[in-house]
Design a protein around this ligand. Structure first.
Ligand code: PMP
Length: 487
């Protein structure tokens, strides 16, 4: 026994309590006694109710001590991505010889358009030629670019935002990053204080709540309904805003639902937001060009009075089939962009120089990516139409026809509670996906990963013939079930 008053923090290199091993596990390997341990000693009445044995190890024991394998509470609060988990599982099955059709991944099946890739091939070709390579190197294409992105690319982004989105930015209001996901993370970290709330309509892109947690903020999930096309109800939004609400997250066209926010609805949301000076709006517009008429995309920042409080995130992954190039950007008022730039300067020092060159070529393809992108969008639309019709024939499946992106979010909940022969009970989106993986050998993503357990997500970023093959298998597997409750 010892008195906390004379326990010096550095006097002990470790402590263990036999009866509270869990509590003290993290203490036993730490190099000094943390505050909570000293506090717990303060509350202990020596010789009365508890016995604490403290192991004091001489510094020479360091080498034999086990390594503390605990992780930070911040990372422990974050869930791994289910989309990635199911994709990995499907890949493992394929490697084991099972002919699984993967419809879980969120990336276009098209190659990066040649006009973009060739720009880079030219640069590589130059690099193989000593003299020209040297010249290119002098031009700086193989070096660090400015942290915020090359001026050439930021000017091209400003031009695009003006022409296509009706929003004016100067290059110092644009920050280029390694993908839109990084832009969302940096924006969240830059503006949120511990305890702030981030309002996220569900179904949501899997990363939003986790990014909010990484930014020490609290995700506040607002449910939407399939009958309302999964769009946020402005009245619900209004009722949930508190003085801690810092960010409203919007994603249109949406992953996972394909819903597109109509301008009128965005205007209603803007009126509500305008009444709360502390509330910013973070808009993820990565699918803006993968949109099916008559739906049209409206950038929230273009609405009257919203520019000052809107953080627009966009990227090259989806529109230009450039997922592997890792290129995205944030456009926002300068003080926010500078703050995000400060974070980025300490984390990545900016995006890849080669990818930025490709980004300039992509934006040079014309309005909304020109003919090349509209050909891809036409293919996505054909697949969407096929799936909407096919799933429409399945009893008990509810859907809202997607207006954009390349996902269908299907409500299969009428099948929950069904006992599948040789499988067991289908009780939620996770077990339904496992059932479909086993019986139909098709990989879909459970809706609970997106905050809606009634649904599953199917990605149609694969060829029509693959979708047809998948659909045949899904139908067979589902028809052998009967909805528990007929809808
Ligand atoms: N936002 C949404 C809504 C997405 O679906 C994705 C990719 N799945 C991203 C952001 C990430 O995009 P990037 O590849 O540019 O990081």
């Amino acid at each position: 026994q010892f008195s906390p008053s004379n326990a010096s923090r550095h006097q002990f290199v470790g402590a263990k309590c036999s009866s509270h091993s869990d509590i003290f596990r993290s203490v036993s390997f730490s190099s000094h006694l943390p505050d909570f341990f000293l506090k717990s000693l303060e509350n202990t009445k020596p010789l009365q109710t508890q016995r604490i044995s403290v192991v004091v190890r001489p510094v020479s024991c360091y080498k034999q001590m086990e390594v503390d394998i605990s992780l930070s509470p911040r990372v422990n609060s974050v869930k791994p991505s289910k989309t990635i988990a199911i994709t990995d599982q499907a890949r493992a099955l394929v490697e084991a010889g099972v002919p699984v059709i993967g419809l879980s991944v969120g990336e276009p099946d098209f190659d990066t358009p040649a006009i973009i890739a060739e720009v880079i091939c030219d640069h590589y070709a130059y690099a193989h030629d000593f003299r020209l390579g040297l010249m290119r190197i002098r031009e700086g294409y193989t070096r660090y670019t400015p942290n915020a992105g090359t001026l050439e690319l930021r000017k091209a982004i400003c031009h695009k935002l003006k022409e296509e989105n009706g929003i004016s930015y100067t290059p110092d209001q644009v920050l280029v990053s390694n993908g839109a996901k990084q832009s969302v993370l940096q924006a969240m970290v830059a503006v949120c204080s511990p305890g702030d709330e981030v309002i996220i309509p569900a179904p949501y892109y899997v990363s939003y709540p986790e990014i909010a947690r990484l930014a020490d903020a609290t995700p506040v999930i607002l449910s939407t309904n399939i009958t309302e096309n999964f769009l946020l109800d402005p009245e619900l939004l209004e009722s949930k805003i508190t003085n801690k609400s810092r960010v409203l997250m919007l994603c249109s066209p949406s992953n996972p639902t394909g819903s597109v926010y109509p301008r009128k609805l965005l205007e209603k949301i803007a009126q509500i937001v305008a009444r709360h000076p502390q509330l910013l709006v973070l808009c993820d517009e990565v699918y803006e060009h993968i949109i099916y008429a008559p739906a049209t995309h409206t950038s929230f920042a273009s609405l009257p009075g919203m520019w000052e409080r809107t953080l627009t995130v966009n990227g090259f992954s989806k529109t230009f089939a450039m997922t592997g190039w890792r290129l995205g950007y944030l456009a926002a008022p300068k003080h926010i962009v500078s703050a995000c730039g400060k974070i980025q300067s300490q984390v990545t020092s900016g995006a890849s120089s080669i990818s930025q060159k490709a980004g300039v070529a992509a934006l040079g393809m014309g309005y909304a990516g020109g003919e090349t992108v509209s050909t891809m969008v036409k293919a996505f639309k054909e697949r969407r139409d096929y799936l909407v019709e096919s799933f429409g024939e399945l009893e008990g499946v509810k859907m809202s026809e997607p207006q954009g992106a390349f996902y269908l979010f299907l409500d299969f909940s009428s099948y929950y509670g069904v006992e599948a022969e040789g499988f067991g009970m289908i009780k939620d989106s996770e077990s339904l996906c496992r059932y479909l993986l086993e019986k139909a050998q098709v990989a879909l993503v459970p809706g609970d990963a997106f905050g809606d357990d009634r649904c599953v997500r199917i990605s149609y970023s694969t060829s029509l013939s693959t979708l047809q093959a998948a659909m045949d298998k899904i139908k067979k597997a589902v028809i052998s079930l009967r909805p528990a409750v007929l809808v």
